[in-house]
Design a protein around this ligand. Structure first.
Ligand SMILES: NC(=O)c1ccc[n+]([C@@H]2O[C@H](COP(=O)([O-])OP(=O)(O)OC[C@H]3O[C@@H](n4cnc5c(N)ncnc54)[C@H](OP(=O)(O)O)[C@@H]3O)[C@@H](O)[C@H]2O)c1
Length: 279
């Protein structure tokens, strides 16, 4: 299945996340693609991701006959604070230069001429958006206008910050990537803004941030009715309420199970139960 960003760019409806895969990154990306994933999420942030190994996997797959256009490659600009002292750009440079250097380094890692999505890993400020955030976003807009990335996005953002960005940016983000807590109504406030502005909401840590939900008897009852597992129910729920989920699985079996969630059809009652399960 495919979603469409508000600028018309098609986006696969399920994304494989490569955080914390370390040396297994290449092999797991190959496995994810063999299992059916076409969208890969990474970041130019060595402490959590190995973007160069994602690139090795993609290069190998293109040598085996895959075309670059068959993949949706998403990477991120991570600020100096999140780089653990190993920034892939000159940390003393201005923010515009940092974004451009990090982006070029991502293209080199991935062996790609363009990205499908480039995402700011998170605003610099906890509340509101400061001058640095606006400079970074302007650099993102310039990358978008240059055609080097087909869409731009923002991650780890609050509802208040996203409202500001949507109201004041020249180019609104096409995607928002947030950790999705069931206890916050599955990030309801941010999802509602995404809905209003036609942004794609990417939910991450749907399983790891919601372990209580996965263990909940209501989820198990729904899963049993659909002949599925609790993780599949959470992923299908996410899709049916309009989210693009990420999975970070390291298991081939779970990769296939997670993708099979697309075949399920939850009822309105199931959805209502899951929406309020942790409230
Ligand atoms: N923007 C950000 O700041 C940010 C932060 C964190 C993550 N992310 C992105 O989001 C991606 C996903 O995050 P995550 O790893 O927290 O996601 P997740 O999918 O919620 O968690 C992965 C965990 O769920 C398990 N799992 C997956 N499918 C399963 C299934 N069908 N049955 C049982 N267990 C299953 C995995 O175990 P197995 O390995 O055994 O399957 C693994 O322990 C990351 O890789 C990264 O790309 C972004």
């Amino acid at each position: 299945m495919t979603l469409t960003a508000y600028n018309g760019v098609p986006v696969p409806s399920f994304m494989y996340g490569t955080a914390w895969k370390k040396d297994a990154t290449k092999q797991l990306v190959e496995l994810a693609v063999a299992s059916g994933f076409r969208a890969i999420d990474t970041a130019n942030q060595l402490i959590h991701y190995n973007e160069a190994l994602v690139g090795e996997a993609v290069r190998g797959l293109t040598q085996k006959g895959f075309k670059r256009e068959e993949f949706f490659l998403q990477s991120k600009f991570t600020s100096v604070d999140g780089q653990g002292g190993r920034a892939p750009y000159d940390p003393s440079a201005d923010f515009t230069t940092q974004v451009n250097q990090s982006f070029d380094s991502s293209l080199a890692h991935l062996g790609a001429g363009y990205l499908d999505s480039y995402v700011v890993h998170g605003p610099q400020s906890r509340r509101g958006l400061n001058e640095a955030d606006w400079e970074i976003w302007t650099a993102m807009e310039d990358l978008y206008h240059s055609g080097k990335t087909k869409t731009i996005g923002i991650s780890n953002i609050t509802a208040g910050q996203l409202t500001l960005l949507c109201e004041q940016a020249s180019v609104k983000p096409m995607a928002v990537q947030n950790r999705c807590f069931a206890a916050l109504g599955w990030d309801k406030a941010v999802r509602e803004i995404c809905h209003t502005h036609h942004l794609i909401y990417q939910g991450f840590s749907l399983l790891t941030a919601n372990r209580d939900v996965l263990a909940d008897p209501q989820i198990h009852a729904i899963a049993q009715r659909h002949g599925a597992g609790p993780a599949q129910i959470v992923f299908r729920f996410a899709m049916q309420i309009g989210m693009l989920p990420l999975t970070g699985t390291t298991s081939e079996k779970h990769m296939r199970e997670d993708l099979q969630a697309e075949q399920l059809e939850l009822s309105t009652d199931d959805i209502r139960q899951i929406e309020t399960i942790a409230l």
